[in-house]
Design a binder for this molecule. Sequence first.
Ligand SMILES: Nc1ncnc2c1ncn2[C@@H]1O[C@H](COP(=O)(O)OP(=O)(O)OP(=O)(O)O)[C@@H](O)[C@H]1O
Length: 632
Amino acid sequence: MAKTVDYNASNKVAYKGLMSYAKPHTKTFLAVFGCIIVAITADLLQPYLVKVAIDDHLMKGDKSASTLLVIAGIYLLLSVCGFVFTYLQNNFLQNAGQSIVAAIRKQLFRHITRQSMSYFDRVPSGSLITHVSSDTETLNSFFSQVLLSVLRDGLTLVFIIALMFHLDVRLTLYCLILIPIIALIAISFRSYMRMTYQITRTNLSRLVAFVAENLSGMRIIQVFHQEKEQQRQFDDRNQTYFKSNMREIRTNVLFNRSFDMLGNLSVAFVTWLGGNAVLGHMIPFGVLFAFITYIRQFFQPINSITQQWNTLQSATVSMNRIWSIFETNPEVQDAKGAREVDASQVRGKIDFDRVKFAYSDGVPVIHHLDLHVKAGEMIGIVGTTGAGKSSLISLLCRFYDVQQGSVSIDGTDVRNIPQHTLHRLIGLVQQEPYLYSGSIIDNVRLFDETISRERVMKACRMVGADTLVMRMKDGYDTVLSERGSGLSAGERQLISFARIIVFQPKILILDEATANLDSHSEQLIQRALAVVSEGRTTLVIAHRLSTIMNADRIIVMRQGEIVEEGTHRQLLALGGYYEELYRHSQGEHEEHEELELDELEDFDDDEPSTANASAGGIAAAASPGGGCSSRR
Ligand SMILES: Nc1ncnc2c1ncn2[C@@H]1O[C@H](COP(=O)(O)OP(=O)(O)OP(=O)(O)O)[C@@H](O)[C@H]1O
């Protein structure tokens, strides 16, 4: 019971929200209403005009051709009028509907991009894509189909019934007996049609999700020879979708044909009843003609209105989904007292004070951590997988808020710095730098046209990316494909380093930026790093110790805590985890590796075919990192 109340309440909120977007288009909707009235009147007057021609002229023996010509002329004018106003009505309505949807889509995208990272942890990106694309499009069908049908078909019904009463009250009352029968058919079909519709939509989303998943994992599918299995799974889903689609189509056809049948039965009924009335001289022949025409037209709007039920249902679901996003506020928000910081005055001192943090699952990943970084210092961060290195960085960027303690820059808690200012202070380079489909110039200056071309080129020269760019077909104007897929990992990194030079952040963070690079690219990046880290506080997370060996200080993390701290030399002398890592990187653990290889061979013997494929796959998947090969 409580659920129903919530559902109704959220429907109300969603409809209210939609109406606020529709309000600026009130005049257009009034114009649509006017066009509908004119178009319906023009359409429905046509049979009445024929009735006038039959009863007032032909049946009375009026031989004047000019009167009939005038009637035919008016008939033609009415048709043209109906055509023109239907066209205008559709145009106005589409214009208003599409404008509303475009405004909602724009607002939705803006709202989503303002959400905190915890939101993206919870909500899969696939469903967000659906909300921005197809849910907003479904909203348009609310205007272009549901609203139009309710107005046009509803008014048509009212006009037809009024005209029928005007022509003959008794015959009209007989015809209205049909209404309960129509309602019965419509209701019994409606719930079944809704079910078939929902099943089809679910099967379609399963199919689309499967294709999307396959496309993004194509490499793995091919490496593991999974094409046949994937094809089989696709066939299953495709077949299920085909069957549900056919069932939906069959139900629709059956519903429409039932309505047609009912229409024909009513015509037969009116012909018999009205024919007797004409023979008994109770009604003129023209009235019977007009009646038969109207009773035919009577069914079409009812059919059309009942068909809109499904559209209304899906539009309501989409509306609810969109408004539930609008109602979600970002968890990380600017504090009330947040004040602008003069970026040029920021020195880059960072303090993590007794920081405790857990993601939404509540499991602590950082435990009372203290870390104090001097302005301009370069800190290397190493540690076990899942130790909390990236989480630490996320807290500095304020992608999440700490649960206890504080993170501050130059003594100001990051919660008191407006987010847009904070993000301007920090430059983040990740393992997979994000490149847009656009030119090199735009990728470096992130489409900020106030940054000159010369500045971009200078930045590329500084990090050593210019030789790479000059080799490209159109130099700096070369348009990169989606995510820069035409470039190697090292080349993408160099471009992202040039961004840092251009945007001049006070704090630089490298999160596994060299993990995917071969030793040559790593050298290039090392050189670029030396340039970009100059005068900046720099935090470098790396599994490869060569990247951080020259750092002013290295911290070693394990299970959310700093377990060792010092320079490379100091940590080696300490003989702890860092020293162990270092020995690993120097290839002193060959014995251990041999053991692993023996285990793999045993595994091969157990399951010859798949194990071979897997071993090949793992090697292939692991080799880009280069970690395995450097250890040998
Ligand atoms: N978005 C998230 N939601 C929930 N838990 C998360 C999330 N991101 C990371 N974690 C968990 O937090 C812990 C620390 O993860 P984090 O990514 O900070 O480790 P890391 O030291 O950077 O690891 P790696 O070296 O493997 O990148 C891990 O146990 C991880 O599973």
